[in-house]
Write a protein that binds this ligand. Structure first.
Ligand SMILES: Cc1cc2nc3c(=O)[nH]c(=O)nc-3n(C[C@H](O)[C@H](O)[C@H](O)COP(=O)(O)OP(=O)(O)OC[C@H]3O[C@@H](n4cnc5c(N)ncnc54)[C@H](O)[C@@H]3O)c2cc1C
Length: 409
């Protein structure tokens, strides 16, 4: 055992991974967690026998960090079929596998979404990105995703019908202002692997990390308000002096710096007697007039998300709906307009508004030298905000911060 006192602030994915790495090196870290649970933004709540992930999110099986920390077989991953079902009032059509096998797409089906030229462009981009190493992606000059798609030569038709709703649902912002590096990264991950969820909810992912810990103490309901040199000041005004500290949250507030901005999303759950998609595919609503951006029947992907055989629908709204009274009813009416199914059949289960969903990052990275996680002597940083808003980045950042502590660099 190494008796250095190492404190980690935050029990999200990055904090848990940092603890795993520190344990491997013989340390007994302590995690200070403001809430009463582990997992941070990855949380599954059980409500009336339904498993509700707080915010629709997926793991991409091509994420390089997953196999370091997770037993994917044990998670019993349920995979999405690649592609999407596009919903417009009066018309619904599926686009199968546009990111992996664009040339296999039926011309007729594709013509509703884009042009023949788009099909070849899609193929070219898929091939380019499959061969492009992550280091190359993250060292390119960056522009917005919107500009990147235009510069690459995609038509307005495919941007509007496919790319915009698909990537709005991933970046959780409406203007596709997210870095083109992030676009290339996510596109590559989709082209090389599949989107998946654990059979019993995304929360299983953090649970599995937690179960790896043997010598880590987690102090719940222990919010940190400030970090001064190697001193941690808690909400209850107690002070802890540590040998080393990993701040596994955006550090702004704790060190008197500017706070990190975040994108927000509202996630509304309904149940229906049966799914109107009927396959493990994501639904997209391209028309900007609607509040709904994307939807998915989680029970089409993993029936284990419902215990009563009903179909569990997760709807994501990226637009700001704070001023709207009873958004659940309005969204049900939108779904009626899109599917023809009477709004009263959509039984509302729960709504989550997640204000700190994804950090706004200007300089997206997938890796930094571990020395760069050091804020100052004895204080290190982790968290997705350091690199990019993804599970993969959260894991990488936790690993790098722990390595920096272990090596003292
Ligand atoms: C709706 C949504 C959809 C997403 N979709 C995807 C997706 O499809 N694919 C993907 O890869 N990623 C997705 N993500 C991103 C992914 O969930 C995050 O990148 C990852 O969970 C971040 O982990 P983290 O450890 O950096 O931070 P967090 O999960 O935020 O963990 C921080 C922890 O610190 C605690 N804490 C905060 N302040 C304090 C304090 N002062 N003192 C003590 N503890 C504190 C918090 O309670 C929390 O437990 C999504 C996120 C959301 C919210």
């Amino acid at each position: 055992m190494n008796d250095k006192s190492i404190y980690i602030i935050g029990a999200g994915i990055s904090g848990l991974v940092a603890a795993i790495e520190l344990e491997k090196a013989g340390y007994y870290p302590v995690i200070l967690e403001a809430s009463d649970r582990i997992g941070g933004r990855i949380k599954t709540e059980e409500v009336d026998g339904y498993l509700l992930d707080q915010g629709f999110q997926v793991m991409l099986t091509a994420y390089p960090e997953l196999s370091r920390y997770l037993d994917l077989e044990k998670l019993n991953l349920k995979k999405f079929k690649p592609g999407a079902v596009i919903f417009k009032p009066g018309a619904t059509y599926a686009v199968h596998d546009p990111l992996r096998n664009p040339l296999k797409l039926f011309a007729m089906a594709f013509s509703k979404v884009g042009t023949i030229w788009d099909k070849y462009k899609m193929y070219a981009l898929t091939q380019d990105l499959k061969e492009k190493p992550l280091d190359a992606i993250f060292s390119e000059p960056q522009t917005s995703t919107q500009e990147y798609l235009k510069n690459f030569g995609f038509s307005d038709k495919i941007i509007q019908n496919f790319f915009a709703p698909f990537f709005r649902g991933i970046f959780l912002e409406t203007s596709l202002s997210t870095s083109s590096r992030m676009f290339e990264f996510v596109f590559k991950m989709f082209a090389e692997g599949q989107a998946a969820i654990p059979e019993k909810g995304m929360g299983q992912l953090s649970q599995q990390l937690f179960e790896k810990l043997e010598h880590t103490q987690i102090r719940y309901n222990t919010g940190v308000v400030r970090v001064e040199k190697n001193k941690i000041i808690l909400e209850d005004e107690n002070t802890i002096t540590a040998d080393d500290i990993i701040i596994a949250i955006p550090p702004g507030k704790l060190i008197g710096h500017e706070e990190t901005a975040f994108h927000e999303v509202t996630n509304i759950y309904y149940t229906l007697q049966q799914s109107f998609i009927g396959k493990a595919m994501i639904g997209l609503v391209p028309d900007d007039k609607f509040l709904v951006n994307n939807l998915v029947f989680l029970t089409d992907v993993s029936p284990g998300y419902a215990s009563d055989g009903r179909a569990l629908l997760s709807v994501s709204v990226i637009k700001d709906i704070k001023g709207i009274e009873n958004p659940e009813q309005l969204i049900a009416l939108e779904l009626e307009a899109l599917t023809g199914i009477n709004a009263t059949y959509f039984q509302h289960v729960k709504t989550y508004t997640i204000s700190n969903a994804l950090p706004v990052i200007k300089d997206a990275k997938h890796w930094i030298p571990r020395q760069h996680t050091k804020l100052y002597d004895h204080v290190y940083l982790a968290g997705d905000h350091l690199l990019n808003g993804s599970i993969n980045a959260a894991m990488t950042s936790g690993r790098l911060a722990a390595e920096a502590v272990i090596t003292g660099e």
